[in-house]
Design a protein around this ligand. Sequence first.
Ligand code: HEC
Length: 92
Amino acid sequence: MKNIFWLLLFFCSVALAQPNGELLASQCFQCHGFNGHSKGEIDSIAGESASDLYGDLKEFQNNGKNDIMSKQSRLYTDEELKAIAIYFSTVR
Ligand code: HEC
């Protein structure tokens, strides 16, 4: 009986776990620079507003194209895109 309690607790905590924005955002660093501070031609995305970033990502996700950002954005769930957008909005 005790085991069932721990099993339930485990599944609840997994279900409630929030996506880790910083970890997910690190995938973006390879093109947009460490923490979104680009040193190359691709735009910096650090410090942009979370809602603008999320809006851009949803647009990329739904534009039906097969370019870099459309493919990138389709790899994430809604919750993950929100976490990524919030993370970049907090870096200076
Ligand atoms: C393989 C390289 C690459 C990766 C990885 C990448 N991007 Fe991009 N990103 C680009 C390029 C190139 C553009 C410009 C594309 C365009 O304007 O159509 C762009 C444009 C953007 C823009 C719009 C420009 C702006 O200034 O607002 C946002 C937002 C963005 N990327 C966010 C992200 C996020 C968040 C991630 C990680 C989930 C990510 N990108 C991963 C290459 C990349």
